[in-house]
Design a protein around this ligand. Structure first.
Ligand SMILES: O=C[C@H](O)[C@H](O)[C@H](O)COP(=O)(O)O
Length: 224
């Protein structure tokens, strides 16, 4: 039986070794990224000088609690390196993200990032994306319309709930978790999703990752 938590920790440790002084560092969200932020906190305690750009309020709070200096995303031209997790990845480095509902800020940060390092346990590697549903972030007003447009793309969408209410993202939107089956051409699907009015962003990350470091039992494997 694989220990996925340990695999995440190993991948996080390996990724944080890549950081060096004076970098602007994107701080991802989710359980794998949390291990990375904790590891970054250790390195900062031991003298590493970086400035972090968090991708969620939760990551921001954690970074503050660990005395990791932060910089506002509006004050940077680019981000040197980001360490973030993923819900699924393929060997050609395409991803599904957003299981934790943070895909929007994560994609903004990834888009500004020179080196996007994805850390994952071995359950996340797939041949084709799509076993995990694709999170589609929409303005609440458009959620009915977008759900119908997703059907035209053969996607079955369900609004993500928290209890009996739609989950509201940090930016005030809904997420429609959409089952497209296995996705043979994620780049084309990504373009089609962007073309739907009312869609703010979606969780397909195409050509944004530079490297995936995957925990694999007691070691790690790197895909690049
Ligand atoms: O919205 C959440 C993020 O995209 C996470 O990075 C992703 O869901 C992976 O999370 P975890 O590392 O907890 O599996």
């Amino acid at each position: 039986m694989r220990d996925f938590v340990n695999e995440k920790k190993l991948a996080a440790k390996e990724a944080v070794k890549l950081l060096s002084d004076n970098q602007i560092v994107g701080l991802g969200s989710g359980s794998s990224a949390t291990f990375a932020i904790m590891e970054i906190g250790e390195r900062v305690k031991n003298g590493l000088k970086i400035q972090g750009v968090p991708t969620s309020d939760k990551s921001k709070e954690l970074a503050i609690s660990l005395n990791i200096p932060l910089i506002d995303i509006s004050d940077v031209d680019s981000i040197d390196i980001t360490i973030d997790g993923a819900d699924e990845f393929t060997a050609d480095l395409n991803l599904i993200k957003g299981g934790g509902s943070f895909l929007l800020k994560e994609k903004v940060v990834a888009s500004l990032t020179k080196q996007e390092i994805i850390i994952a346990d071995s359950s996340k590697k797939v041949e084709l994306l799509g076993k995990f549903t694709v999170p589609v972030e929409v303005i609440p007003y458009a959620s009915g319309y977008v759900t119908k447009q997703l059907e035209l793309l053969n996607g079955i969408g369900k609004i993500r709930m928290t209890g009996d209410k739609p989950l509201i993202t940090e930016e005030g939107n809904y997420i429609i978790d959409t089952d497209f089956g296995l996705i043979a051409d994620p780049a084309t699907l990504s373009d089609k999703l962007h073309a739907i009015t009312g869609v703010v962003e979606h969780g397909l990350f195409i050509n944004l990752a530079s490297v995936v470091i995957m925990g694999n039992g007691d070691s790690t494997v790197t895909f690049s």
